[in-house]
Every structure is written in C-alpha cells, then in structure tokens.
Design a protein around this ligand. Structure first.
Ligand code: ADP
Length: 611
C-alpha cells in the first residue's frame, strides 16, 4: 500500500519497527523498580477495563429508568432503589477510574526520577570503559551525545506509550466484548474501521524513524553550529571575524533541507491519515445509524442503545489515542536505539595484570613503533626506536604535526601501536595493568583540562589519591610557579574557577598553564613525567626555570618535555628530533648542533631572532 516491499517478512518487520524497543524499555523499567512496574501494569489493565464497565452500568441505569417510566405510565408507583443503586455503582466505578489514573501518574513520576538517574549512570559508566580513540570517532561522539540528551525522559515515555497502547487496546477489546451482544458485525466494523489508519500510522512512524537516523551527520552539524554560535568560549572569535552571518547561512541551509524532507513526509502522512480517518468515520456513523434503527425497531432496548453508542464513541477515541501513541513512539524508539547502540558497543579489552615491571632500571623502550590514527591515510608515528633510562631528561622537538604528541599518547597507553612494541620496565605496555601503568605516568598536554572546580582541586587532580591535601596543593603550586597569583585570588586555593558556576574566576592562558604545571608536580608518585608544551604561554625565562625544577625533581625518573624553545630544550640530556612521524636526529644539544641537520637549522633560526 505505502511501500513496495520485497517480501512479507520485510513488510512486517518494517511495520513492527516502531515497537522494536518497547520490550527493552519495559525491561529497563522492570529492572529499575519492580514494585512500581507491577503497579503500573496492574493500574494500566484496570484503567483499560473500567470504561467498559462504566458503559455497561450506564446501560443498566437507562434500562432501569425506562422500566420505571413504564411502571409510572401504567399508573403504578415508581421504585427508585434499582436506579439509585446502579447510579452509585457507576459513581464508584468512575471514582475508581480517577483513582487509577492518578495512580498511574504517581508511578510514572517516581519512575521518571529513578530511570533518569539509572540511564545517566549507565551512560557515564560506559564512557569510563571506552578508549580514547572511540571518543575521537565522530560517530561515537554522536551516539554518546544523543544518548545523554533526553536520557531522563525517553525511556519512560516509551514505556508510557507502550502501556497506554495496551490500556486502550484492552479498552477496545472490552468494548468489543460488549458490542458482540449486538452483532459480531459491529465488532468487525469497529476493528476494520480503525485498522487501516492504525497500519498507516505505524508505517509512517517507522519511516520517520529511518529518515531521522539517516540524517545523523546533518544534525550533528546543526548541533555544532548552534554551539559555535551560542557558546561563550566561541563568541569572541565569531564576533571578531564576523563569522555569524556565514554560519547562520549554513545553519539555515541544512535546516531547509531537513524541513523539506519532513514536509514531504508530513504531507503524505497527513493525506493518508485524513483519507483513512474519513473512511473510519463513515463506518462509525453507518454503525450509529444501524444501532438507532435497531432501537426504533425494538430489537435493542434504549439502555443498550445508550451503551452501544457510548462504546462506539469511546472505541473511536481509543483508536485515536492509540494512533497518537504510535506517532510518538518513533521518537522514543529512536532514542532507545541510540542508547542501546551506545551501551552495547564493544568495550576494548584493556591490558594485562602486570603491576610492577621486572626491570625498573630498563626504563622505556620503543621498538620499531608505528601508529596511524583511525581514518587517517598516513602514519602519525613511523618506525620509532627509542630507549629512555630512569633519571634521563629528554626533550622532543619537531615541527607541528611531526608526531610528538602522538608518541606521548602511545607511551601513556592511550592508543595501542599498530606495529612494534613499547616496553616499560621490561614489560610490554599491552601486558601492564592499565591502572598501574597510568599511576606510573604523569602527562600534562597542551590542551590540558580546565576543570570548572576549585583552584586546589584543579591542582589536586594530578594525584586523585591526594586530591584533598591542601599542603600538597601549595607545594605543587610553588613548583609550578602558580602560588603567587593564587595567593591573590579571593579565596586562594578554594576559589572557584571558570564561568559555569557562581563567583567563578576566569584565569588568563598563562595562569591556567601554571595551574596545569602544578598539577604535574602534584604527581609525585609517577616515574615518568611529561610536559607536552604546557608552557607555551610563558616567557622563556620562566619556562627554563620550570624545566630546571622539573629536572631536579625527577632526578631518578624519566622527564620528557616537548617545547619549541631551544633555550629550554638545550638543557635536556637527550634531544629527540622528529619529522613526519620519524625520529631523524638524536643526541645532546652539542651533538646535534655539530650534526648540522634539522635541529641545527631550527636552533639557528630561533637564535637569529634574538640577535
Ligand atoms: P605534534 O605533536 O608533533 O604537533 P601530533 O602528534 O599531534 O603532532 O600529530 C601528528 C599527526 O597526526 C598530524 O598529521 C595530525 O594531523 C595527526 N593527528 C593528531 N591527532 C590526531 C587525531 N586525534 N586523529 C587523527 N589524526 C591526528
């Protein structure tokens, strides 16, 4: 009818697509709180059955009234007790229905809170188990973001809609049961009149579901543009470069495409919907007429007529409620499909169990290590052989993009190399217990995190085991040359940083770098310390002092520095020069100057600038 399916099972599957995640949503709710789920189920069934009861009692009331009218017109005395009893029963049933609906609302409210917390926790717990590479994958990022958005509302909404569907379905069946006494044909009409609209709504919802999923990249771009246009940290540059109009233009264009697709789908859906609803209406009113005629002919009583009309009208209302539920279910399904896709992706098997290497004096060894980022065409690190001993200070230099940071990420176990091996204390990184390995390595990257927390916590983050030790904060801050400006902050180490929270202080780039350095110095337990250009905003003298500090502090450890300043780099015992992912030169400053290679050229270039 609406599609040209290859075979029946595909049709059925695409029709039932809209219910795909209902079972999982119910399972999720069930495992969140059994008592509430059972209550919700019982209340839903009751809410489904009660309206038919009300309709039936309505018939008894009318029949009793008609009987008494007959008694009175025959000159007798009316007896009111039957009518009044049935009225009481109906009143009680309606009161019960109100109570049941309130109960459903109550269960839903409680479940919403519990579910929201449960789903958010599941999402974040999963995020903790994933690899860095997964976070850098745009599709993954999309999944994570979409799973997080609306985590609090969607699962419950799907459950509500599924239960609502069941409730109206039960009502419909019970109406059918009452109607059966009138004529099985009437039941057939009730079902047949609703069915086409029902099928159409299901099919179109399934289609919206698929269209929406297909548009993921466009929506990601929209989300990104919204962020660039509206977020405080982007606003400065967007204004200065007058990028606003251009970005708005792109935003509108993508929006236009999406809108157009939606419009077409909506037109098709609503025209079908209208046609089928007309058909349904025709059937309903035909049956009305039939019931009315049957009453006039005396085939059914006045009470029965009241009941059948009510049942038919409410049956119609139930069908339209079910259609609305199905219409909304596609969005809920979409959400749940994202959620489960995200939750069920493979968790990488992390490392082995080695906690202490057999040869601590062996330090760090790279053996022919190469690495290419997923999706990239050229390797970021190529055939690297390198041996760094404890106590050695190393500087890595090279042009932008030469692979310095990637080398550090490999060393920290953030990515496994594609080929070659990295040993630390005589054990392959792959065999290290990841937690033990991370405890042995402290790295501050150029794009270190600026936590919207207190100053002290920003420093303490370098060593979670001692996050709260004030004395250590101050000591680390002194080494990172941060204590002077921290002392001037309103609440010193307890000053809130960043703009997200009340009274948050924003720091300059250089001040943030000092905080990051203090974070590095906090990491006293680590055997390898790496500073990947976090000193770029500082003046050359401060950088050199910090590096000296760093070297003395790490006397029996491995200290690695990435910097573009040769005044600092020259102080390292071993200088490694990288170019296009390879190590092309290595040695002390003097060795390398003598070699007259890339290092000597870069050094000379910088030295000229100072002459
Ligand atoms: P450096 O630190 O020397 O400036 P990097 O190690 O950051 O260089 O980058 C080396 C190469 O790897 C560059 O060509 C860069 O484009 C690429 N690269 C860096 N990070 C990623 C990433 N997360 N995903 C894909 N490619 C990356």
């Amino acid at each position: 009818m609406l599609r040209t399916p290859a075979n029946e099972s595909v049709v059925l599957e695409s029709y039932l697509g809209v219910f795909r995640y209902s079972r999982r949503a119910v399972e999720l709710v069930w495992s969140t709180h059994r008592g509430l789920t059972i209550s919700l189920a019982i209340l839903t069934v009751t809410a489904g059955l009660l309206p038919a009861g009300v309709a039936y009692v309505g018939k008894l009331i009318v029949d009793a009234v008609v009987a008494q009218i007959a008694v009175v017109s025959a000159g007798g005395d009316a007896v009111y007790s039957t009518v009044l009893t049935w009225l009481l029963v109906e009143g009680a049933l309606v009161a019960g229905l109100i109570g049941v609906q309130r109960g459903i609302g109550f269960c839903q409210a409680l479940l919403r809170v519990l579910l929201s917390q449960r789903v958010n926790t599941m999402i974040l717990e999963k995020a903790l188990t994933l690899e860095l590479a997964q976070f850098e994958d745009s599709e993954f990022y999309d999944k994570l973001n979409r799973a997080r958005q609306e985590a609090s509302s969607r699962p419950l909404s799907l459950v509500n809609r599924t239960f609502g569907l069941a409730q109206h379905g039960i009502s419909l069946v019970s109406y059918g049961g009452l109607l059966l006494q009138f004529s099985p044909w009437a039941v057939l009409i009730l079902v047949a009149a609703g069915l086409p609209a029902f099928a159409a709504e299901t099919a179109f919802s399934g289609e919206r579901f698929r269209v929406f999923r297909r548009r993921s990249p466009e929506r990601r771009m929209l989300m990104y543009l919204e962020m660039v246009l509206a977020r405080e940290d982007h606003a400065k540059e967007v204004k200065l470069f007058s990028l606003g109009r251009e970005l708005m233009g792109r935003y509108r264009k993508i929006f236009g495409i999406i809108c157009e697709e939606d419009r077409k789908l909506a037109i098709r859906r609503d025209s079908w919907g209208f046609g089928l609803a007309l058909f349904g209406n025709l059937a309903f009113y035909g049956t009305y007429a039939w019931i009315a005629v049957s009453t006039i002919e005396g085939v059914i009583s006045l009470g029965e007529m009241t009941m059948y009309l009510l049942v038919f009208k409410q049956g119609q209302a139930s069908v339209s409620s079910m259609l609305t539920s199905i219409g909304g279910m596609y969005e809920d399904n979409l959400y749940l499909s994202n959620l489960y896709e995200y939750l069920e992706q493979d968790t990488p098997k992390l490392g082995g169990a080695v906690g202490v290497g057999p040869e601590p004096e062996a330090g760090l060894v790279f053996e022919n290590v190469s690495f290419t980022y997923p999706g990239s065409s050229h390797p970021a690190v190529r055939g690297v052989n390198l041996h760094i001993r404890p106590g050695q200070s190393v500087a890595i230099v090279g042009l932008n993009g030469s692979g310095k940071t990637t080398l550090i990420k490999l060393m920290a176990g953030l990515y496994p190399p594609n080929s070659g091996r990295i040993f630390y204390q005589g054990t392959d990184l792959a065999d290290w217990d990841p937690i033990a390995l991370r405890n042995s390595i402290g790295v501050i990257f150029q794009d270190f995190n600026r936590y919207q927390l207190k100053v002290g916590e920003n420093i303490g983050a370098g060593d979670v085991g001692h996050l709260w030790e004030d004395a250590r904060w101050a000591e680390a801050a002194t080494k990172g040359k941060a204590s002077r400006f921290i002392d001037k902050l309103p609440e010193r180490y307890h000053t809130q940083l960043g703009r997200w929270f009340n009274n948050g202080q924003e720091l300059s780039g250089g001040e943030w770098q000092r905080i990051a350095l203090a974070r590095a110095f906090m990491r006293a337990g680590a055997d390898i310390l790496v500073l990947d250009e976090p000193t770029a905003s500082m003046d050359a003298q401060t950088e050199a002092e910090i590096f000296d500090h760093f070297q003395s502090l790490t006397a029996d450890k491995i200290a690695i520095l990435i910097s573009h300043r040769f005044s600092t780099v020259r102080r390292a015992e071993l200088i490694v020069v990288m170019d296009e992912g390879e190590i092309i030169e290595r040695g002390s400053h003097e060795d390398l100057v003598e070699l007259q290679g890339l290092y000597a050229r870069l050094f000379e270039l910088q030295a000229q600038g100072y002459r």
